[in-house]
Design a protein around this ligand. Structure first.
Ligand code: NAD
Length: 214
């Protein structure tokens, strides 16, 4: 990513892959330009948010013209580093971690799990789906071999902060945390947390609220 994108808010950066997906759809249907209104209708995000998100990246569109689909496509491909593979470490190979290990991210995105860590791994490592799994006490010794940029954290809550600290100390730049705890990470490390219970409660609240207002 270029320097400008450092100040991009987390909410905006979370929407980038979504923009990319919809712009790909517009491009595939042969559309050459698209307005924030059209994007808004397709994506169910309000047009002001889209314009604000895009404004973080400089002049991507012209007033009254909208956005050039090819330019947007190139921009998002470059910004999301779709041309370059991202190596991911999986930390915690239980129920959730195993599902990630078996899910082939690589098919749709240039992202792949290259190494995993779990206390249940054998002494010299275990291999599942061609991915080596080592014990967590081997993290410092092994991680450096795999050019890992980000980690998926699927460990029990009690182990999450310690593993996040150790990953950050090893130079991992992004952590996708599934443990339902608030983690602290040093500056320069991006943390995205997905708490399924919170997401579910928010959805239930939204459904009930819709019911009340109809
Ligand atoms: N399973 C789900 O549907 C689900 C949904 C939402 C959130 N979560 C959260 O995701 C995390 C993982 O859930 P799960 O169901 O896979 O749990 P799990 O107990 O099945 O798996 C956790 C794994 O982490 C390993 N582990 C423990 N300490 C470790 C360490 N220091 N380093 C590496 N690995 C370590 C354990 O050996 C185990 O294999 C939990 O924090 C859980 O609350 C799970």
């Amino acid at each position: 990513m270029d320097e400008k994108t450092h100040k991009v808010p987390q909410a905006t950066s979370k929407r980038l892959p979504l923009y990319y997906r919809f712009i790909q759809k517009f491009a595939n249907s042969g559309k050459e330009r698209v307005s924030s209104q059209e994007l808004s209708e397709a994506m169910k995000i309000d047009p002001a948010t889209i314009r604000r998100d895009f404004s973080y990246f400089g002049a991507l569109g012209k007033k009254g013209y909208g956005y050039d689909v090819r330019t947007l496509l190139q921009f998002f491909r470059k910004t999301l580093d779709q041309d370059e593979a991202t190596n991911v470490a999986l930390v915690g190979v239980g129920s959730l971690g195993n599902a990630f290990l078996k899910y082939n991210f690589h098919k749709n995105h240039n992202t792949r799990i290259v190494v995993a860590f779990d206390p249940n791994a054998a002494d010299g490592g275990t291999v599942v789906n061609d991915i080596p799994i080592f014990r967590p006490d081997q993290l410092e010794e092994r991680l450096g071999e795999y050019s890992v940029e980000m980690a998926i954290l699927t460990v029990p809550s009690r182990a999450a902060q310690e593993m996040a600290d150790r990953l950050a100390a090893l130079g991992v730049k992004g952590i996708l945390n599934f443990a339902p705890v608030r983690l602290n990470v040093p500056e320069g490390v991006r943390l995205h947390s997905i708490d399924l219970s919170v997401e579910m409660q928010a959805l239930i609240y939204a459904i009930r609220n819709d019911e009340k207002s109809t």
